[in-house]
Write a protein that binds this ligand. Sequence first.
Ligand code: SF4
Length: 435
Amino acid sequence: MWWRARLRFMRAVAWAHAVADRDLRVAFVTLGCKVNQTESESIAAELGIAGVGCLPDEADVVVVNTCTVTGEADHKARKAVRHALALPQGPVVVVTGCLAALDADALRDLGDRVVVEADKDVVAARVREHTGVAATTDRPVIVRSARARAQLKVQDGCDAFCAYCIVPYARGAPRAVPAERVLAEAERLVGAGASEIVLTGINIGRYDDGGSRLPELVERIAATGVPRIRLSSIEPDAVDEALLEAAAGTPAFCAHLHVPLQAGADGVLARMGRPYDTATYAALVARAREMLPGMALTTDIIVGFPGETDAEFGETLAFAEEMAFSRLHVFRYSARPGTPAATMHAQVPPEVRAERSARLRELGEEMAAAYAGTHLGRTVEVLVERTGADGTAEGVTREYVRARIPRGALPAGSLVSVSPERIEAGPVLVGRSLG
Ligand code: SF4
């Protein structure tokens, strides 16, 4: 209705004048994956905001960065928008992320102060446009010091269309962040003190900048002098000889690969539309372990995919044990409307999913403790992420095992050699610094 649109416009103008005279306070509510977190930080940086902004109840603008990976994720996203709209100061609520790409109208209908912008590259501009606040170049920019471990987004989108996944519909086809931009950002992060760069993306194995692929990108990032490089996650079909050679030949590359398995039964993998079987997966793991001795191998597994029988779940348990993962992320299958799997027959009852999840998590804990145990009596390199008030320093090893150094009192970002003496629950390696 015209009067509703006009009222919305007048309110926006009056409000914009109110905030234009002072610093803009922006809060971020980020749901979902690490890529979303990295993108929220980039939007914040573009707005000249340190870290990820203020608390929602102090904000002029709340940016809700949504996820739509499951029906439950959609529910959480809508709840976050409603919550922001109900804040007494009446902020503008800018909604972005995967749900904004798939269901913009439904989000807009949640309230007059909702601005939906699926394209994250222009979210900062939309915030300014709806608040009348000038671009960061006209305002004092607070330069963020990089965290000890910095996430660097190199890629977006996916075209694998796994049967359970909505991401290709929400984020579109794969596209690479141009290598020159990635390198400039890597240099900035190193200059700001980052000791580890984690390459993130939706499917980073699809990285292709005019023929320049991920292995080359890894080598070029290493040339910035960053002490450690890690891949956030790499699909099995991208763990090829070129990548392993680049990893093995790059001293900064952390001997850790996160390779999503999703199921350890060939029948389930086929129904999921995953382009490999367990034999292929086992072969690539064996080759990776030859090239990166002592490598940590972490993974994601979904339990209770439609049609998963007890026998198939048993195969997944046995295969996971055979792979000796150093960490398991277990997800209970949750139907995402709009995906082929959501309408498949033989959906597994929730109580069976819960029971399978508990059994697999238990195995995951045992394997994680066993892998951590292989570091006792050796020397590991720990990147300190924080030091508590009692002087206990905490961080992660190159193999992505958490480590604690009592009375370490080391600044965040330090790389220290540690001799682990025992393992505590987590698992966490506990030891002393060798200086
Ligand atoms: Fe989704 Fe499969 Fe692409 Fe991963 S590889 S984002 S699970 S479609």
